[in-house]
Design a protein around this ligand. Structure first.
Ligand SMILES: [Zn+2]
Length: 282
């Protein structure tokens, strides 16, 4: 029964992958996280960034990064979770980032969500501006969530000023023009499993045309599983399907794509330091 229902694309040669965006602290992984991470390592997904969506989840991200080899953390408050984000909460998040510099590699996810619109756009914009300042204060790259808020995201990025540590538009959902505008501002574009879906023409154009140096890969697990797992729980090993499709669209080999995107991720999130061994072993 250990045989996977669908074979993984083979990642040969000296290449590995980074899942730059996954929510390992979520309920969906509670029962089998060790197996999920074993599968990731078996498939050479050597690095995973687990993303904070509020203070509690940011703390869990830090603990997971301390516990598991190859896992790093980000901290921040997702646009769905804003009302609980008081001044004290933000002070605690900044403290968490500063006390855990060795495992906290990004600030986010932060941004605007005009699809779910759990909170009024004006409130979302205020928190987004504030958290861009916090990312700067922490000298961390930002991880931005944008759902149908492209214009406001751009306007706020421009008002807010440069981001010296850079950043990424996670789960990119815009067109090539929007991607280019972000890349001009020094941001990376992160490609989710959506690229494996049949109706992804606009995202395919982005993947074909943006500079390879701007591309990152992510699962956004447990959400948005790529084909052939669409509709099921997503997990870091599945970033391999996304990588295979991106390589195919760009007409390069899977190992070359893996190497390039892993280098991009390592540079943006400063992942070059050797993987800490599992803390439980020390
Ligand atoms: Zn996310």
């Amino acid at each position: 029964m250990n045989e996977p229902k669908y074979p993984f694309p083979a990642l040969m040669e000296e290449a590995s992958l980074v899942d730059t965006h996954c929510h390992l602290d979520m309920e969906e992984y509670a029962a089998d996280l060790d197996d999920v991470l074993d599968r990731a390592h078996q498939q050479k997904v050597d690095r995973i960034i687990t993303i904070g969506i509020d203070f509690e989840s940011s703390k869990k991200a830090v603990s997971l990064a301390r516990k598991y080899r190859g896992v790093s953390a980000s901290v921040g408050v997702h646009p769905h979770n804003l009302p609980a984000a008081t001044e004290d909460v933000y002070a605690n998040i900044l403290g968490l980032a500063r006390e855990n510099r060795d495992v906290v590699v990004g600030y986010g996810e932060i941004g605007l969500d005009y699809v779910r619109k759990y909170h009024p756009p004006e409130l979302q914009r205020r928190h987004f501006r504030l958290q861009l300042d916090m990312a700067r204060a922490a000298a961390l790259p930002v991880i931005i969530h944008d759902r149908e808020a492209h214009d406001d995201i751009l306007r706020i990025l421009d008002d807010s000023g440069p981001l010296p540590a850079g950043g990424v538009m996670h789960c990119f959902s815009g067109d090539y023009r929007f991607a280019s505008t972000l890349i001009d501002r020094g941001l990376h574009i992160s490609i989710p499993g959506v690229i494996t879906f049949k109706n992804a023409a606009s995202l395919q154009e982005v993947v074909r045309k943006v500079p390879l140096a701007s591309l990152l890969l992510e699962t956004d697990g447990p959400f948005l599983a790529p084909h052939p797992w669409r509709g099921k729980r997503n997990e870091p090993s599945y970033v391999l399907y996304t990588a295979a499709r991106v390589a195919e669209l760009r007409g390069i080999s899977l190992p070359s794509l893996a190497r390039a995107t892993s280098e991009n991720a390592a540079a943006l999130f400063s992942l070059n330091t050797p993987c800490p061994e599992s803390a439980s072993l020390s």
